[in-house]
Design a protein around this ligand. Sequence first.
Ligand code: SAM
Length: 283
Amino acid sequence: MNLTSPSHVKAWCIENGFHPNRTLGQNFLIDRNILDVIVDAAGVQPGQAVLEIGPGLGVLTEALLARGARVVAVEKDARLASRLAAALGNPPELRVIEADALELDLDTLLAEPFDACVSNLPYSVGTRILIDIALHPLTPRSITVLVQTEVAERLAAAPGCEARGQAGVWLQLDHDVSIVRAVKASCFWPRPEVGSTIVRLDRHPCGLTPDERTWFFDLTRYAFMHRRKQLGASFRKAPAPLGREDATLAALFAAAGVDTVARAEQLTQTQWQALARAYAHAP
Ligand code: SAM
């Protein structure tokens, strides 16, 4: 079957009584150019180990294998998972795992290790899957994914942008996040209601100790839960150990070079990290 031919994909579904499942975000990529853009953006080299979440009918899997990659593909849909290897000719470089990516034992899976993760993620749980993988200590060096455009904008949002939120600040702790290109809804079947965008994440050293990282996540989680508030006012009312007396709070913010009247989305990564360090090393 030509997986970028809409008529082939539709015919396979009809012949096999397969109805794409909306809840599982089964919008299959049917555009050859976009397929090439994703694989080019991922920069996959022969012999590299690639993790793919949600292979579906295998359009991306096939393209990754064609570039010489070794692919581990994790698919939740039992019907799709069970047919994938045979449908692609049982290549020895492919291992299919039937599992929910949200319930994977990532310590074991990512120990493989992988050079890259390349996926067309399901809309509903794409951000959660991406965060789980990207924040894991054994995360691949690069991650190239198709996600909903609104999600992509949040993940890449710079300080001061309306779209800046917890997910973006968390991912940018360990990765440079860049938008590769937007993808029209007509490139998928069934056609989704929203646009998609290819995003690439490149891992960089973080510079925080494990204890400082914990503070970073606790501080940002709380701050973005109250994103309309000024940070000083927000943390004054926070439960311990985030909440402190006014004078202590002022000293912590001053040590980090952060204005207490700033709002969560305005802080740079450097400022969030400085605040995490100040909290971690406060008496
Ligand atoms: N890679 C294929 C493509 O590009 O045409 C399919 C992508 S489709 C957007 C998302 C795929 O993820 C579907 O095959 C769906 O069954 C699978 N999926 C949905 N939720 C999942 C989960 N929690 N864990 C693993 N796979 C999941």
